[in-house]
Design a protein around this ligand. Structure first.
Ligand SMILES: Cc1cc2nc3c(=O)[nH]c(=O)nc-3n(C[C@H](O)[C@H](O)[C@H](O)COP(=O)(O)OP(=O)(O)OC[C@H]3O[C@@H](n4cnc5c(N)ncnc54)[C@H](O)[C@@H]3O)c2cc1C
Length: 395
């Protein structure tokens, strides 16, 4: 049977934060789109990932009319604690750069975006299968099967690959015309969610001779914490007691004590720095994790995805309404400038705070030296605060 055909202006593969935010921004300027995702809406809603929104990500969600829940229910953080050398040291973002970040889980960002699409009559197809793409240098087409087994074809003027770190779209770039930049790390994060009150008001980035730990929050009764582990670690082999003693040992070295509670989820999150250049091939453009991934230490992944599509929406409007064929290359250039700043920031935070498996006493002391100079320097704290709260987008 021939497939059901839909014609639109922009086809979007991937309905995560990048895909849905792009669809929303395009809708606001009258550009139609169809977004598809392999996963069900429920599955995406229940996948815990990022939690920190930069100042401009908060503005984008609120001012573009996605939702003001981020302002009402998000928790403003005006700084972070760096814990090392036996004590904690606060980096005051407000004092350093007059900005803050918002603790607002990615699950809620996704719910707000999916609700906004439903409210505005957006065409989003969750739970599809057998996705393939074609016509990338002429007339893009996306083929897939829906949850009822019906075959579909979406024809569009531009195809956006917002399909995350294992992107199918990224692989469509001819090998000779793409460059992949990668950095692997010999460690991962062991992440937990636990039912307990917060142990601290703000995030604690904890350096210790036992390895890194991050103490983060979600709600008054649910907390998110991580500790550095071997990438091959099997999370299911860790009992609650063993996890708590590992976390307490790491933060206890710096005088912090955690409030414990039942652990409701545990997983190992691999680390990788990755960029694919260029981000455009013919009528296909990449956005978000499909084009780049960062280690989570700097809290940049979700923010980069949102920053990409903010620029991309403007470029698509220039192309589709103004006929400006240079617009997609402009998007790729502007997005990559920010991506590489974020790559550096994430790499810097990661290497400053984590221990390599063969780290010597010298390495530990040298890191403490770096952290001591950072917190003791106005320039150092300002640099960290600028990167963490997000660099303003320049036209
Ligand atoms: C497991 C994991 C844990 C993370 N944890 C943290 C964290 O703790 N802190 C932090 O700061 N950042 C974290 N991140 C990073 C952050 O969540 C991402 O940067 C962010 O989700 C990027 O948004 P995106 O829309 O580009 O990609 P995604 O959110 O990955 O969305 C891509 C979507 O595309 C869909 N898709 C994939 N392939 C196809 C296909 N062929 N056809 C159709 N749909 C497809 C996927 O189902 C997915 O819904 C994590 C990322 C991952 C992968």
């Amino acid at each position: 049977m021939s497939p059901a055909v839909t014609t639109t202006e922009v086809a979007i593969v991937g309905a995560g934060p990048a895909g849905l935010m792009l669809a929303h921004l395009l809708h606001r300027v009258g550009i139609g789109s169809v977004a598809i995702d392999l996963r069900s809406r429920r599955e995406i809603e229940e996948t815990h990932r990022a939690g920190i929104l930069e100042r401009d990500s908060v503005r984008l969600l609120a001012e573009s009319g996605v939702s003001d829940r981020v302002l009402r229910e998000g928790d403003e953080h005006e700084g972070i604690e760096l814990a090392f050398g036996g004590a904690t040291h606060r980096i005051d973002f407000r004092d350093a750069v007059g900005a803050s970040v918002q603790l607002y889980p990615q699950t809620d960002v996704f719910i707000d975006l999916a609700d906004a699409r439903a409210r505005d009559g957006g065409d989003v197809r969750f739970g599809v299968a057998e996705v393939s793409v074609g016509g990338l240098t002429t007339e893009p087409v996306v083929r897939f099967t829906d949850a009822d087994g019906t075959d579909h074809e979406v024809r569009a003027r531009v195809l956006v690959g917002a399909d995350g770190s294992r992107s199918l779209c990224r692989r469509q770039f001819p090998e000779a015309q793409r460059h992949q930049f990668t950095r692997a790390y010999p460690f991962a994060w062991f992440g937990i969610l636990c039912e307990a009150p917060p142990s601290a008001r703000e995030l604690i980035y904890n350096h210790s001779a036992h390895g890194f730990a991050l103490i983060s929050q979600r709600t008054p009764t649910l907390q998110r914490m991580y500790f550095q582990c071997d990438p091959e670690e099997d999370a299911s082999e860790w009992s609650d007691d063993r996890i708590w003693s590992e976390l307490q040992a790491r933060v206890g070295a710096n005088g912090v004590e955690l409030k414990e509670g039942p652990i409701t989820s545990r997983s190992v999150l691999p680390f990788r720095s990755f960029v694919q250049e260029p981000m455009r091939y013919g009528r296909l453009v990449l956005a978000g994790d499909a084009a780049h991934t960062v280690p989570p230490t700097g809290a940049k992944g979700l923010n980069l995805a949102l920053a990409d599509v903010k620029v991309l929406a403007g470029s698509l409007e220039r192309l589709l309404r103004g006929g400006d064929e240079a617009a997609l290359d402009d998007y790729a250039r502007r997005a990559l400038e920010r991506v590489w700043k974020a790559q550096h920031f994430s790499y810097w935070m990661t290497t400053m705070l984590h221990l390599l498996p063969d780290a010597s006493d010298f390495d530990v002391r040298r890191q403490i030296g770096e952290l001591t100079s950072l917190v003791g320097s106005r320039a150092g704290t300002t640099y960290l605060a600028e990167g963490y709260t997000g660099w303003p987008e320049h036209d």
